[in-house]
Each structure stands twice: as C-alpha cells, then as structure tokens.
Design a protein around this ligand. Sequence first.
Ligand code: ZN
Ligand code: CU
Length: 486
Amino acid sequence: MPPDLLIRNATVIDGTNAPRFQGDVAVTGKRIESVGAGGDQRGRIEIDAAGKVLAPGFIDVHTHDDRLLLSDPAMLPKLLQGVTTVVTGNCGISLAPSPPSAPPPLDLLDDGGTWYRFPSFEAYVAALADARPATNCVALVGHTSLRVRTLERLDREATPAQVAVMRAELDAALAAGATGLSAGPAYAPAAAASTAELIAVGQPLAAHGGIFTIHMRNEHDGVLESIEETLAIGRALGVPVVISHHKVAGAQCHGMSVQTLARIESASRTQAVGLDCYPYCASSTVLIADAVRYASKVLLTWSRPHPELAGLELGVAAGRLGLPVERAIAALQPAGAVYFIMDEADVQRILAFGATMIGSDGLPHDPHPHPRLWGSFARVLGHYARDLALFPLETAIHKMSGLSAARFGLAGRGIIRPGAIADLVLFDPAAVRDNATFEHPTRPASGIDTVIVAGTIAVAGGKPTGQRAGELVTGRVGIGDAAWTS
Ligand code: ZN
Ligand code: CU
C-alpha cells in the first residue's frame, strides 16, 4: 500500500535536538509511517522538500487562543507560523468553566461578556469538537476563572468552602481532558489568593498527571521571591511547574535573569520546573497603571471607549483626550497595552536557556496586537537562530516541539519518528522570517511552506487549504518523568 503522503528529500530536524539528516517521510492516516530513505516507493500525494526543513509541527505552549479556536477556527496567526498545537487557558484566564462576568484580565478573551457561556469544561470540549479548528488544543483551567466563578468578593482569600468548589471543578475538568491548572496572581482578581489557596485548589493535579503553570505574582523587583513561591507550589502539589513568559521587567531589574536562571537551574536538580518565553523586549496585557510605571514606552492595543486610539503611544493617546497620562489610563478602560520593559540581553539569555520553551502569549482579539501573535515562531527561527546564531536551528525547533511535548506529556507529538502523530511543518530555512512589527502587527510570517495537522494538509504553498483537523489533546505528566529529570 502506498503511503497517503510522501515528503521527499527533506532536511529532517526531528525535534529531539539531534542533528539534521536527509530523508523521506511517509505518512498514512494520522501517523508517520516511515522516516528515512523512501527508495522508489510512491505516495498518493508527494511533496518535493529539496532545500527545505521538515520539523514537527510547532507547539505554542503559552496562548490565549481559547476563544479564537471557536470564533476563527482557521487559526491563521498560528497556522501560518507552522504551529499545529496551542496550549490555552494560560495566566489564570480560561474560557471554561466560564465565570459569570469578565473583569480584566479575563476580558482579553472576550468582547463584552458574550463568550463566557461554558458552564463546564465538557461544554467547551463539545464546542471545540463542533468548531473543528485547524490546530490542536491543549487546555488549561484558569484559577482566576474559577475564582471569579466562585467568590463574591475577589479582594480576599477563598474560604475553605470556596476552595472545595474550585477544587471539585478543576477535578472534573481534568477528568474531562484538561491538561492542568494555570494561575495569575499578578492580576487583581487573583492577587488576594495566597500561596496556600493556590496549593489547595491545585490538589487534584497530581492524581491526574496535571501540570501547573503560573504568570508569577511579581516579574520585576520581587521576581526571585515569586520563583520561590512557584517552586514551593510545585513541591507541595508534587507536580511539574512552568513559569510562564519568564522575564525580568523594569530597568532596575535588567540583568537579573542571570540570577533567576541560576535559581531555576539549581531547583531543577530536585524538582520539575520549566519555563517559556516569547522573543521580544515588550510585554502585553490589559492596561494597568502599575505596569505603565515600569515601561520605557507603552502602546495602546485596544480601548473599548476609544477604539480609534488603538496603536498609538499612550502619551499621544492621552494628548488626544486632553488628559494627563494617569487620568487617560482611567478614561481608556477597559483597554490593553504593549509595554517596553525588558532588556534584549535578558531576552536572549532566557531564550537560550536549555529548559526554555517557546510560547507566543499572543492576544488574538486585540485590534492592534503585540506582534508576537503573528511572529513569535518565525522570529525565533529566522531572527534568533539564523541571523543572530543564538542557537542552532535544531535547538530552536526542539524548544518549540520536542521539549514542549515531552514536558506537557503530549504522547506521540513534537517528534518525527515512525508511529508519531503526523503534525509537521515544512519551511525554507533561508527565507523564514517574522514580518509582524509593532506598527504592522498582523503581517503573516514568510518562509513557511506546508503545515500538516494529524496527516491533513492545512497549509500548502504558504496558503491555508481550509482543511481543519485539530482536536483536543490531553497531556499527562509526572514529576518523575524523564522529560523533567534529564
Ligand atoms: Zn501572563
Ligand atoms: Cu499569558
């Protein structure tokens, strides 16, 4: 029987960080059938990959694509970068189980409260199956979403009874296919949650092989204490922890990644700790006066009362409103912003750190989004790996496929080998580049030729085919797994 698909003469980079090799990859159904010299076999469909790199489909480990998967299942910002799997529900923010309202930062997923309509995680899974998005989804449950759902007053610690409710909802979601719990104590609706509350809610994780990810309480002058809090949560729960979008923010903290990475490195000898990073010196989230203080420059990404000001520098927007900046911040709410707060040397040090995975943290519903949404993966491949030679292409790909799959426990993903799921990307290593900029943030990347999701060709010749084969993928992982100990 000929394979359904035969990719000939590819430079294969298999996702494990092993050196590239020349070969043919045959796919039948959803899986890779063979890897190596294809000889004179013929495929029903053949792709000549001469001069191009074939890699496992990229895994975006940090997204806020919960709603994009439903509202725009073509998933173009991700698919056109070679991303075949997105991890949703990060930073404590998940669309399911839905809270009754969407106070910031939950409104990053929403356009007015109408999308919070999933009474249970199962209801979201059903909607995902109906939407049949172009990429796979690995879903986390947000502690902040559970909190807004459960607590009447968000400015205080959850009571034991409220903890019990949140814990039961997490347990049910994990049983229905969620991969873990995310938390965002940096944000107002979860800031009053103590370390003890996070640990108490996270109790069901270990029994399900779930993971814990966190947008840490403090990413500037208290970043080292926040790393200790994260490590303590991981030890108490007996589960792997992932520090989300690791950064050291604000000029007075620049250079501190030397210490933070040293601490993560030393901790990883005794517990499972990982991290992700996006390849830019600017962050993005809702507009918060506190965050403006640490930034050298702030760009407005959206404002519900003043949509016409999206894309402008905050000072310019304030000028248009005839207000001083502090009053403008209030007048623009609800709103979002890009903050220039990191130092390039820290970004490069964190990206190059062995355990760092790539996650875009893109905000797909922002009218003038941070360019990381459309550019992160191509930027790591083109700008950082090829142009700056920060690391070999094999390492770049490992950070966006094999490492990520292993650490999130995504069996049979993130690797090119016989029997693995055929999530694949074919790209031109000389041409791949990000085109999204802070001025023009939605320009698609170039150099990505073919994207295959579970054996289905989703992008051909750089254009979406309209074929959508994504599904919910559940990761299961334990602290003793080889992916976390080696
Ligand atoms: Zn975050
Ligand atoms: Cu995030």
